[in-house]
Design a protein around this ligand. Structure first.
Ligand SMILES: [Cu+2]
Length: 483
């Protein structure tokens, strides 16, 4: 087996139905290479071309959704490059609205980063624009639309505009037999007052930011979704992930949802988490459950040593039964696909870290996040240090400075906070120290606190925001500049 074999994953098998039967019933066209970029435009030197255009994603037979995608694929083409390689991406916009492609987790200049707030020019409607950057740092990155959506749930991150971007290191130990890319995704977003309850706060969590008096204002509308998929297929459609006993399968997991934190498990197996947000962790660990927030990536190796047919899926029955799962099928197995709820376990970034001391920062920046429940349009609005974006003055870095950012989440929701163009190192999570974990997105739990260190080594404007699209659109952003 070629370890670079890229398996395009659909899904297969609803619970309780024979896998073999469904495979023939739900056979998809063989189109195994979403990894191939579109052909280069003639005479052009672009390394990749992305075409933003309306597309149909067939999540399952009789479940087809009209959306916007990259080059007619969901996820978009896998963009694979070598660390240090200069890259030109030609983006063609076949839609009626300006678009931005953000290179999530890469160190790219502000004008190439794909964020209007940083000064990146848009890809004009029915126009084109080239993004040029050097591929760094190595690891699992991704690209996605960074257009504000506001009340339009068919724009920006609510569409199918997302794809994997892999930057291969100079020396890849390649300790795996098969490599798969799994993007978790929600579809058909709508506004609802319902709490998804996907991340009910654990009453045992310390909640250091919980106010003494609770906010009794009624909650506003939040973005919800009735349909789920892994890549472009619901559980019950598409191809299973075919494995052989003894294989080590490297899973690149991405949460490309615009709104929800997800937790996944593979019954009878454990995930050896080796990288978070594409960055190798100091202490790889075996876990039964992976929790992953919008924007985050988790790379994990699974040793296939429990022959059978299993469902890799979301822990919540409603999400899994509405599509968020994929069948893992060992060779020569023909039984029904099995789901077994995993033992309850809290996700804790710190288990992948060390206890090394951190150098003292030059400065600490406190960032306090609060919710304004049910503001204009009945939507929750968000405050950073008492104000919605934009702030009258940006946060300021001095080049080469070492900054400690303290994220105080004074709301009853968990938020995945993303810093553009930089990596940060986790220092403390709800008072628990850790070290050596480098990320670009971190979940700060409800009423929780996270502290991260960041070296200001990427001059230019840098956006900071919650990666839940609605939160970002309604105030949860801040801009950092260099002095
Ligand atoms: Cu948020």
């Amino acid at each position: 087996m070629n370890r670079r074999d890229f398996v395009r994953l659909g899904c297969a098998t609803v619970i309780g139905v024979g896998a073999g039967k469904l495979r023939s019933a739900f056979a998809q066209p063989q189109d195994a290479m979403i990894g191939k970029p579109e052909p280069k435009a003639s005479g052009r030197a672009a390394d990749f071309t992305l075409r933003i255009a309306p597309t149909i994603v067939e999540l399952a037979p009789q479940v087809a959704i009209s959306t916007i995608g990259y080059s007619n694929r969901i996820p978009g083409p896998l963009m694979r490059m070598r660390e240090g390689q200069p890259v030109t991406v030609e983006v063609v916009n076949d839609t009626d609205v300006p678009e931005f492609v953000h290179w999530h987790g890469l160190f790219v200049p502000s004008e190439m980063d794909g964020a209007a707030e940083e000064g990146t020019p848009p890809v004009p409607p029915h126009g084109r624009r080239r993004y040029q950057f050097v591929a760094k740092p190595a690891g699992s990155r991704w690209y996605h639309s960074h257009t504000a959506a506001m009340m339009d749930l068919h724009r920006g991150a609510y569409t199918g505009q997302f794809g994997f971007l892999m930057i291969d290191p100079a020396n890849d130990p390649g300790l795996y037999d098969q490599e798969v890319f799994l993007a978790l995704r929600d579809w058909e977003y709508f506004l609802s007052p319902m709490d998804q309850d996907e991340m009910a706060a654990d009453p045992n969590d310390p909640m250091p930011e919980k106010p003494a008096t609770p906010d009794l204002r009624p909650n506003g509308l939040e973005v919800n979704a009735p349909l789920y998929s892994i890549n472009d297929k619901m559980l019950g459609a598409g191809e299973p992930l075919r494995v052989k006993s003894g294989q080590r399968v490297l899973i690149h997991l991405l949460n490309a949802s615009a709104s929800q934190i997800h937790r996944v498990a593979l019954p009878a197996h454990k995930f050896q988490v080796i990288a978070l947000d594409g960055n190798p962790v100091p202490a790889p660990q075996l876990v039964s459950v992976i929790e992953i927030a919008p924007g985050e990536r988790v790379d994990a190796i699974v040793e296939m040593n429990q022959p059978g047919i299993w469902i890799l899926g979301e822990l919540r029955d409603a999400a899994r039964q509405s599509g968020m799962g994929v069948v893992v099928e060992y060779a020569n197995q023909h039984q029904r696909a099995t789901w077994i709820p995993p033992p309850s376990a809290r996700w804790d970034y710190a288990v992948f870290g060390t206890t090394a001391p951190h150098p003292a920062p030059d400065r600490t920046i406190d960032m306090v996040f609060e919710k304004v429940p049910g503001g204009p349009h009945g939507i929750n609005h968000w405050l950073v240090n008492g104000k919605e974006y934009p702030h009258e003055r940006e946060f300021v870095f001095h080049q080469g400075g070492r900054y400690r950012l303290m994220f105080h989440n004074r709301s009853d929701d968990s938020h995945p906070l993303h810093f553009h163009r930089h990596l940060f190192e986790l220092v403390e999570l709800n008072g628990k120290p850790t070290a050596g974990i480098k990320k670009d997105t971190v979940i700060v739990p409800a009423f929780g606190r996270a502290t991260v260190d960041l070296v200001a080594d990427q001059p230019g404007l840098s956006l900071f925001h919650c990666h839940i699209q609605q939160h970002m659109d309604f105030g949860f952003m801040a801009l950092f500049r260099y002095a």
